[in-house]
Design a protein around this ligand. Structure first.
Ligand code: SAM
Length: 275
């Protein structure tokens, strides 16, 4: 491996430490320094692996200035691994800005893929996996959350949301209010001792978990909309409506007018077929 002037995006376990790959271990032990979301959390992982490595904290509120610092070190020839507290960096986690900065500066980037809650939850959801959208965390702001969900009303792809337990009750209510009854999988504590895959629907979920009693880390996987295929109405259908009206005593011109009103065809086109 060439460890000069490179940044590695390294996935770490979302619960079970055995999910850390050999390659992740090797990269973490061989890079010059690690950019970590929370150095205390990463220190525990490094201690578990028996790795000693200089770390620099990189999180939401220092990301721009720290990003420049990290890029400068990499451009100076050092190698860096970015890790977050759990899962893949850059996915609802710090890293996105840093990798953008690296891309702008032409810094070589490699990924060391590891578990990610979004894909793990989708795989066990039992819902359609062919096409899906990742919606991240819903806003805590009621209005933004409502707008976000309403924009998804006709989304046919499976939708995946990250969720914090204290917000679950509100989200389940908003899901039911916005989408009505839809299949919903709650993937909780994945890869941990109390892992639980709850395959339910929005109504039942609100009834059972609307009191906020469900704890732990969780991902919500929501079934996409089934758009009813509206059968196109033909002129033949319009004429048949008019014929039925005539059979029940309506005059042909009136029947054509009424059939036109409900089907959108022109009254004259219908009338012409009747005489
Ligand atoms: N970047 C991470 C990833 O790729 O999985 C996600 C980080 S995000 C800040 C944390 C959220 O991921 C949690 O609130 C939860 O929705 C989800 N999550 C993380 N670990 C999980 C687990 N073991 N089981 C279920 N959901 C998990």
């Amino acid at each position: 491996m060439d460890y000069n002037g490179i940044i590695y995006v390294v996935g770490t376990p979302i619960g079970n430490l055995s999910d850390l790959s050999d390659r992740a271990k090797r990269v973490l032990s061989e890079v010059d320094f690690i950019a970590a979301e929370d150095t205390r959390v990463t220190l525990k992982l490094l201690n578990h692996l028996g790795i000693k490595k200089p770390m620099i904290s990189y999180f939401e509120h220092n990301k721009l200035q720290r990003g420049e610092e990290i890029c400068a070190r990499i451009l100076g020839g050092e190698s860096c691994a970015i890790v977050t507290d759990a899962g893949m960096p850059c996915i609802s986690d710090p890293g996105e800005e840093l990798i953008k900065q690296c891309a702008e500066k032409g810094i070589r980037t490699e990924v060391v893929p590891g578990p990610s809650a979004v894909i793990s939850a989708l795989c066990v959801s039992g819902l359609a996996t062919g096409r899906f959208t990742f919606e991240g965390f819903l806003s805590v702001n009621k209005k933004s959350r409502k707008e976000h969900l309403e924009a998804l009303l006709n989304e046919t792809r499976t939708m995946i949301f990250y969720e914090a337990p204290h917000k679950l009750a509100n989200t389940l209510k908003d899901f039911y209010d916005t989408f009505g009854v839809r299949k919903l999988t709650i993937a909780r504590e994945l890869t941990k001792l109390h892992e639980e895959i709850i395959r339910t629907d929005t109504e039942e979920a609100l009834r059972h978990y609307g009191d906020g009693s469900l704890k732990g880390e969780m991902v919500l996987v929501l079934e996409g909309a089934t758009l009813k295929e509206e059968k196109a109405v033909t002129l033949e259908d319009a004429v048949s409506i008019a014929e039925k009206l005539i059979e029940s005593g309506t005059k042909a011109s009136e029947a054509a007018k009424e059939a036109a009103a409900v089907t959108g065809f022109k009254k004259n086109d219908i009338y012409r077929e009747l005489i």
